[in-house]
Ligand binder design. Structure first.
Ligand code: ZN
Length: 394
């Protein structure tokens, strides 16, 4: 009962259209210096055929008719970026629909005896088997170093994380590139590694989906808090790309083979396979990577309230328009933040987060795709359907 009550404020918020919601080393590529796992694939026994997601212990109305998430292509989606999520980019976000029209989500109380379930996706694994709706990603094999593919590295790490979680009573699904339709779990982590055309870029980074639930944010915070100290690797600050946030497995509005809207999710870019210092950890000390990720996941599971249904709901915002010419989009949610752009009422503004009176938004100015912050009181909601052109692949 009190769960429904807890959801009410959230629904009201949505209705009122208020909100709540993200080095350089000279490198001589010498693969022989790497200490890769000799045969990461060989240890791959547990690749999941299909983790029956429908047996999920909780059920929510995913409100599929609400507005779609914007998923533009990142301006930073450069060489270090992966191609796979590219097309997530928004094609036709659905028109905003008042959340109440889809009914109030009704969390089903969990059986206390139900063990937590975590999905670990091995990025790019068997991408050739992706379904038709994701056919364009079948050739997405990710980064590589010498003969070592990213999928092999990702699999090696996932195979090291799995027993650490299982030892704590967590049920783990190891998931290839193809996500079972409507996959539902207590956490979903897409495990990836980066690559760059130069050896310079390094470090790790995490991202939630564009419109992130409080649970996804908490999962990211927990893994982030463990990863840096646990691995000794630097964070690739500012390196999160639009493609990470628009990752296909997160795009439950668009694809059948995606997680449910209420599954807390992050994508983990563990480091750069193309950077010598990162390789020393990724290949030379893979258990540090696995331990850090497992520690973060377990910390998240321990801290969360499994019955807090509201925390699992992604926020929902209508398309907005500026109230006046010259409305400023800033780099940070502060009046003295760097100015990224000035927009007028002609620009569609798509919010995906709200913090302290500022929307974090996606918009376009000319050919430029911009993510920044705009004051809540300087924009107004519309009932428009926002249409984005299909992005180009990097
Ligand atoms: Zn990848």
């Amino acid at each position: 009962m009190h769960l429904s009550v807890r959801l009410l404020p959230l629904m009201l918020l949505s209705i009122v259209l208020l909100v709540a919601c993200t080095p350089v080393y000279a490198l001589v590529p010498t693969p022989t210096a790497v200490v890769p796992d000799p045969s990461p694939v060989a240890r791959a026994a547990p690749i999941l055929a299909a983790p029956t997601p429908t047996q999920a212990v909780r059920s929510f109305d995913p409100a599929p008719t609400s507005a779609a998430v914007p998923s533009p292509v990142s301006p930073t989606a450069d060489a270090a970026d992966e191609q796979e999520p590219t097309g997530e980019a928004a094609e036709v976000p659905a028109p905003e629909v008042a959340p109440e029209a889809t009914g109030i989500p009704t969390p089903t109380p969990r059986d206390p005896a139900t063990p937590p379930r975590v999905g670990l996706q091995v990025g790019h694994l068997r991408s050739n088997e992706l379904p038709d709706e994701l056919a364009r990603l079948r050739t997405s094999t990710g980064a590589r170093w010498g003969r070592i593919t990213e999928a092999e590295l990702n699999l090696d790490i996932v195979n090291r994380i799995t027993p650490l979680l299982e030892a704590e009573g967590v049920v783990v699904d190891i998931i290839p590139a193809t996500v079972p339709p409507g996959y539902d779990a207590d956490a979903f982590l897409a495990i990836h590694a980066d690559g760059s055309t130069s050896g310079g870029p390094r470090g790790w980074k995490l991202a939630t989906p564009w419109r992130a639930s409080e649970a996804s944010k908490a999962l990211m915070a927990a893994v982030g808090a463990a990863y840096g100290p646990g691995t000794g690797m630097p964070e690739d600050v500012g390196g999160v790309t639009f493609n990470m946030k628009g990752y296909y497995a997160f795009s439950w509005r668009r694809y059948t083979h995606a997680i449910t809207s209420t599954t807390p999710a992050i994508i983990v870019e563990m480091g750069f396979m193309t950077n010598a210092a990162d390789r020393e950890i990724l290949f030379g000390q893979p258990d540090r990577i696995a331990n850090a990720i497992a520690t973060g996941i377990l910390a998240y599971l321990k801290a969360r309230d499994p019955n807090d249904g509201a925390a699992l709901l992604p926020p929902d915002y209508p398309v907005m328009r500026a109230l006046a010419e010259g409305t400023i989009i800033r780099a940070i949610p502060q009046d003295n933040g760097r100015i990224l752009a000035r927009v007028g009422p002609d620009a569609r503004i798509v919010p995906f987060d709200l913090q302290d009176g500022w929307y974090q938004v996606f918009t376009r100015v000319g050919d430029q795709r911009i993510v920044g912050w705009v004051r809540e009181d300087q924009v107004a909601p519309t009932n428009e359907q926002s249409v984005f052109p299909t992005p180009t692949n990097p």
